[in-house]
Design a protein around this ligand. Structure first.
Ligand code: ADP
Ligand code: MG
Length: 245
């Protein structure tokens, strides 16, 4: 099984606060991994360390056989291989939908405008937003904005897509349309790492579920294992708390 990213002994501290402790973790090509856990357990920090929005305090991130935390490594080239979708969409408000999906391709991948637009249109179709190419973000609903953000990330043709609670900022009636798109992407074979509170989605779509607690991976396994047969008391407690809400 080919590992897209392989994290070894990853740690991260903010001052004296050790937020990630000796994390070993990898994502295989084509795999969908969901990360669950209480607020403050370190889920976002793990994602942000993987794509180097945060600098890890220690450990290794192995990508294509090399530790990208080595000094001589080109972290910019690495980062273009990871697509990121945030809770708050983070669209460029001064660009329209098509522009949002094109600028990164032109600036970072040096694609021509025509090529970039072709790629963007392909992914805007995938997320069902190809009818809105000239709309500005402020004219869109939250669900539509998030679908554009997904298309924008896909337009960079990354090796793995990272999602940090992509539906947490949405009105309840818009959660479904975003999860539907994500499920379709999962079924198309895309490699995905998803932090989510949507337990139904994780159960349904994940190949593997990772439960984080206080900066460590407390337990991981198939959805069936984690949701129906957790071995750790803290996993059971978390699920009891979460599923009763
Ligand atoms: N930039 C930061 N500076 C200081 N502490 C931070 C920073 N980012 C996160 N933390 C702390 O790290 C811990 C884990 O946060 P986070 O990764 O956001 O958790 P989660 O995403 O699971 O809710 C929390 O205690 C949080 O306060
Ligand atoms: Mg978070």
């Amino acid at each position: 099984m080919e590992k897209v990213v392989d994290i070894q002994h990853l740690s991260k501290s903010f001052g004296n606060h050790e937020v990630l402790k000796d994390i070993d973790f990898s994502v295989n090509k084509g795999e969908v991994v969901c990360i669950i856990g209480s607020s403050g357990s370190g889920k976002s920090t793990l994602l942000r360390c993987i794509n180097l929005l945060e600098k890890p305090s220690g450990g290794q991130i192995i990508y294509k056989g090399e530790n990208i935390l080595d000094d001589q490594h080109d972290i910019y080239a690495y980062r273009t291989k990871l697509g990121m979708v945030f809770q708050q969409f983070n669209l460029f408000n001064n660009h329209d939908v098509l522009g949002n999906c094109v600028v990164g391709q032109m600036k970072v991948l040096k694609r021509s405008k025509a090529d970039a637009e072709k790629v963007a249109m392909r992914y805007l179709k995938v997320v069902g937003m190809d009818q809105y190419i000239h709309a500005k973000p402020k004219q869109l609903s939250g669900g539509q904005k998030q679908r554009v953000a997904i298309a924008r990330a896909l337009s960079m043709e990354p090796d793995v897509m990272l999602f940090d609670e992509p539906t947490s900022a949405l009105d309840p009636e818009m959660v479904g349309e975003v999860l539907t798109v994500m499920k379709e992407l999962a079924e198309s074979g895309l490699t995905m790492l998803i932090v989510t509170h949507e337990m139904g989605f994780a159960k349904d779509v994940a190949d593997r579920v990772v439960f984080m607690d206080k900066g460590v991976i407390a337990e991981e396994g198939s959805p069936e294992q984690i949701f129906n047969n957790p071995t750790q008391e803290r996993t059971r407690e978390f699920l009891k708390r979460t599923l009763s809400m």
